[in-house]
Ligand binder design. Sequence first.
Ligand SMILES: [Fe+2]
Length: 369
Amino acid sequence: MSDTTVSMDTLRDWLDQGRPVTVLDVRPDDQHAEWAIPGSVHVDAYEALKANDPGALAGVRLPQDRPVVTVCGMGRTSAIAAQQLRDRGFESFTLIGGMKAWSQAWNSAKVHLNSGSVRVVQLRRTGKGCLSYLIGSQDQAAVIDASVSPEVYLDLASRLGWNISDVLDTHVHADHLSRSRQLAELCGGTLRLPEQRRVAYRFAAVPDGESIEIGDARLTAIHTPGHTPESTCYLLDGKALFTGDTLFLDGVGRPDLEGTADGTRLRAEQLYASLRKILSLPPETLILPGHVSHPVPFDGVPLYARLAEIQEQVQSLHLPVTDFVTWILGRIPPTPPNHHEIVQLNEQGLWPEGDPTDLEAGANRCAVS
Ligand SMILES: [Fe+2]
């Protein structure tokens, strides 16, 4: 932090602590509509600021009693906005690296489960919509689908008195770089991935039906191919299901990102069968997905739903198989940018040289709803 700038970590801390701050987003309307910082005020002043128009923010009324952090795509145009606000007497900073840097920001929420000593923390990469989980029981913990810096999980686990013994992924991710391999190395835990031949490094394979003990809790693998061939859900003590990108709160996983176009229909059929498997679980099962498609607020409210609620909400779950396949093939969203490079790095277990946000920028697009 300087007199004129704040880092993503600083702004994240301020929002997490509930500190009064106005976030002013000056990007064009279409960019703001795609993804934004929760609670931010938006004014499309981009062109006027770039043209150095001194009246670019003239009509903007903001509270005087709190600092303003200005945001744009990369942190350049917002610096002009911050200067204009300082000229008007505001304490004003610009977010270094803009929304690109913000894509790494995260917050957390506790999930309440009535099951022995087990506790679950949902870590939400608010800048991208990825959800990961820290599950602790006694002094042991597991992490599922690590998508933010490994230190975040290590710090949180140590504050809660847990040692991370197991690091799991639900599938080979296409929208973000998995942090699971790095995390397992740092904590000395076992890296567990669904049984497959895609990744080129050592891991402990988790076949369908295998159980992993975490303290006095138990995670059981349920193979749910469709989104990807190896996709696997993990059932915690028969009460909560970590569904990765197979089932979301408002939709289902897309079946087209892996393999050939011809194979997409087959994977859509596999996804249908996998969803039937999930729907056979008790209706009160908590569904904890791998993504949401909106920025996650700093409100400590966990994102989950009971299986029965999702069944009511997601109409595609009621279709017969042929209609489901036709429906999903007709609604596949645009292919996420850089997904080939991300998959390759995740398969090789490599970390990109330079800034990972160059590859990961943009909203996740793993869902069909
Ligand atoms: Fe995915």
